[in-house]
Design a protein around this ligand. Structure first.
Ligand SMILES: Cc1cc2nc3c(=O)[nH]c(=O)nc-3n(C[C@H](O)[C@H](O)[C@H](O)COP(=O)(O)OP(=O)(O)OC[C@H]3O[C@@H](n4cnc5c(N)ncnc54)[C@H](O)[C@@H]3O)c2cc1C
Length: 328
């Protein structure tokens, strides 16, 4: 068995029966031997010793496809580290991704999860995706509108695509002028307006905010998605807690912070074994040392149960659970 210590961020004592690190060219040959696809493992909960894994980290590189005075279209390999890519873009004068600074993981998985932070998400930058379709045994190029990106979701999480489509290249359209996005209150409060037109300054501000809120290691970031509610559901919740924060969504629904629901259910610092609801940010579950997959699973279920009993809301995990025995 191969230990997964360097291949996931929760620090669990888990391993895999085989680990493939193919180049893009080697994927057609190897894809069918692997059960799961991973990048850097920063959004997974491995639930034991796993069947064979294909890790995309060896798929590297980028090329400019198109360029004008105002925009650039760049194709970047799925295995590139996301934060290094954001830095590379800023250094080249390609803008838009600054608020997504310091999100762990790979470029390929950034599309799978439609990563987002501080008022920005990946979706508007995506032009197309290239990858290997295991079922069709063919390379495919999918334009952005077919990838169904929405809040922490894409087609690549759906049946028929998840673990069947290996993203190898991602094309992004970025701006050559920098317009800081300061819509998020935490960012607005921290930013010195005079300096806000320097992209590196904004990058550093975002990094600083993140490091205050997130544990340095032993987590997978936000463990649950923020629930999206209808107006009637929000009103029902407001009867229980009129002060509940919420954000209006463009489609008329409302997003409420899962962290608030967990906090107000009294779960900050709640612990099962070495798995803990993080004190500074209760949306994060953290490994306090020697947590096991079962402790994480039990904690996740307990948080869901207590939030359901307190608020009547089902929290959906943002983190993907990788079962030791994959069910079809
Ligand atoms: C401390 C911390 C902070 C975080 N903060 C944020 C945040 O602010 N915003 C946010 O959105 N996320 C955040 N995350 C979550 C995580 O960083 C992202 O989801 C990231 O995109 C995961 O990348 P990865 O390469 O580690 O993916 P993995 O965890 O390896 O995989 C995630 C999923 O994508 C699939 N996958 C991975 N690569 C491919 C591929 N090439 N083709 C097809 N499927 C693939 C996997 O099968 C799995 O389902 C955070 C995580 C941590 C640990």
């Amino acid at each position: 068995m191969i230990p997964l210590d360097e291949y996931h961020t929760l620090g669990l004592p888990v391993s895999t029966s085989a680990l493939f690190l193919p180049s893009e060219e080697e994927i057609p040959e190897i894809a069918c031997s692997a059960t799961y696809i991973i990048g850097e493992g920063s959004n997974i909960l491995p639930l034991g010793n796993l069947p064979p894994i294909l890790c995309t980290r060896a798929i590297k590189g980028y090329q400019i496809l198109r360029e004008s005075i105002s925009e650039v279209e760049v194709e970047v390999a799925a295995g590139e580290n996301w934060d290094a890519w954001v830095r590379f873009c800023i250094a080249h004068g390609w803008h838009g991704l600054e608020n997504l600074a310091a999100i762990p993981g790979t470029v390929g998985a950034a599309v799978v999860q439609n990563i987002g932070a501080y008022g920005v998400e990946l979706a508007p930058f995506l032009v197309k995706v290239r990858g290997w379709n295991k079922r069709l045994e063919a390379w495919q190029e999918l334009p952005a509108h077919t990838c169904k990106l929405s809040y922490r979701h894409s087609i690549f999480q759906e049946k028929g695509w998840q673990d069947d489509f290996i993203i190898t290249r991602v094309t992004l359209r970025l701006k050559k002028s920098f317009e800081p996005v300061l819509t998020y209150p935490d960012v607005r409060k921290r930013v010195d307006k005079v300096r806000s037109h320097d992209p590196w300054y904004l990058y550093q501000v975002i990094r600083a905010i993140r490091s205050e809120k997130l544990p340095a290691q032993g987590s997978a970031g936000s463990f649950f998605k923020n629930p999206i509610l209808s107006e009637a559901e929000l009103q029902r919740l407001q009867q229980q807690a009129p002060e509940i924060p919420f954000y209006s969504m463009p489609d008329g629904s409302f997003k409420v912070p899962a962290a608030w629901l967990i906090d107000r259910a009294g779960l900050k610092g709640y612990r099962i074994g070495d798995a803990e609801v993080y004190e500074k940010q209760p949306l994060v579950l953290v490994n306090r040392g020697k947590a096991t997959p079962n402790e994480f699973l039990a904690l996740a279920r307990e948080v869901q149960r207590i939030v359901w009993e307190r608020w009547g809301i089902r929290l959906e995990p943002e983190v993907r659970f990788l079962e030791a025995q994959k069910t079809a």
